[in-house]
Design a protein around this ligand. Structure first.
Ligand code: NAP
Length: 243
C-alpha cells in the first residue's frame, strides 16, 4: 500500500520543507494550504520536477467541513491517508496578555488546536491500518512566551497534551502519535509576529548560536513518521538549538 500523507499548512516554511522531503522518500503528498495557492503549487511543481507525487489542496483546517473535504480529496487522488502532519499554525503580533483581544485568543486556539483535533479525528475515523501522526508544537509550550505570545504558547501546550492522550488511545491500533517542538526556525512566521529578524536577534542566546532551518525540522518529522521510529509514540522532539 502507498504511503499517503497530508501535510497541513504546507505552502511555505516547515510544512513546505516537510512536503518536499516526504515526497522525496516516496510518500504521495497532499500539500494543504489556506490562502496562498501560488506557494502551494510551487511546492507541488518542485516535487513533480524530481519525480515525486503531490497535489495542492485548499482547506482551512480549523473548519470541520473543510477538513472532511480535504481528506476526501486526498483519498480520491492517492488512496487511503496513512500519515498526517498537523503543521498549520499562526501567531500574531508580539504583545503582553493584558493587551490581547479575545478574538485574537480564539483565532489562535482554533487555528492551532481545533485544526489538530479535527484532522486527527478525521484521520483516526478513516484509518484501517497502522499509521502515524506528527503534531508540530513549539518550544513555546515549555517557555510560555511571556510578553510575546502567551496565547500561542498556550495553544501549543494544548497540542502537546492532545498528542500524549491520543498516542495512548491509538497505541493498541498501531497508530503512533508524536510531537516536534521547534524554536527559532527561519520562516516567514516571525514577520507575522511583527519581528522578521527575531531569529537573528535571539541567536546569541541559543546554545547552538544560530537559528534552525525548516529542513532540520522536516528531518525530525520524517523520522518520526517512518518505520525507523516504530517503537516511538507519545514522544516529543525539541528542535531549538539546545534551548
Ligand atoms: P509559516 O511559514 O507561517 O507557515 C504556516 C502555514 O500554515 C502557512 O503556509 C499557512 O497557509 C498555513 N495555515 C495557517 N492557518 C491555516 C489554516 N487554518 N488552514 C490551513 N493552513 C493554514 O509557519 P512555520 O514557521 O513554517 O510554522 C509551521 C508550524 O511550526 C506552525 O505550527 C508553527 O507554530 C510551528 N513552529 C514554528 C516555529 C518557527 O520558529 N518558525 C517555531 C515553533 C513552532 P497560507 O499561507 O496558505 O495561509
Amino acid at each position: 500500500m502507498d504511503n499517503v500523507v497530508i501535510v497541513t499548512g504546507a505552502g511555505r516554511g516547515i510544512g513546505a520543507a516537510t512536503a518536499r522531503l516526504l515526497a522525496s522518500r516516496g510518500y504521495a503528498v497532499c500539500v494543504n494550504y489556506r490562502s496562498d495557492n501560488a506557494s502551494a503549487e510551487a511546492v507541488v511543481a518542485a516535487v513533480s520536477a524530481t519525480g515525486g507525487r503531490a497535489f495542492a489542496c485548499q482547506a482551512d483546517v480549523s473548519v470541520e467541513s473543510e477538513v472532511r473535504a480535504l481528506f476526501d480529496a486526498a483519498e480520491q487522488r492517492f488512496g487511503p491517508v496513512t500519515h498526517l502532519v498537523n503543521n498549520a499554525g499562526v501567531l500574531f503580533c508580539q504583545s503582553p496578555l493584558a493587551e490581547m483581544s479575545v478574538e485574537r485568543f480564539n483565532k489562535v486556539l482554533t487555528t492551532n488546536v481545533t485544526s489538530c483535533f479535527l484532522c486527527s479525528r478525521e484521520f483516526v475515523q478513516r484509518a484501517k491500518y497502522p499509521g502515524a501522526i506528527v503534531n508540530v508544537s513549539s518550544v513555546a509550550a515549555r517557555t510560555g512566551s511571556p510578553f510575546e505570545y502567551v496565547d500561542y504558547a498556550a495553544s501549543k501546550g494544548a497540542v502537546d497534551t492532545l498528542t500524549k492522550g491520543l498516542s495512548l488511545e491509538l497505541a493498541a491500533r498501531g497508530i503512533r502519535v508524536n510531537g516536534v517542538r521547534p524554536g527559532f526556525i527561519h520562516t516567514d512566521m516571525h514577520a507575522d509576529g511583527g519581528e522578521p529578524e527575531r531569529v537573528e536577534r535571539l541567536a546569541p542566546q541559543i546554545p547552538l548560536q544560530r537559528g534552525g532551518e525548516p529542513e532540520e525540522v522536516a528531518n525530525a518529522i520524517a523520522w518520526l513518521l517512518s518505520d525507523e521510529a516504530s517503537y516511538v509514540t507519545g514522544s516529543f522532539m525539541d528542535l531549538a538549538g539546545g534551548k
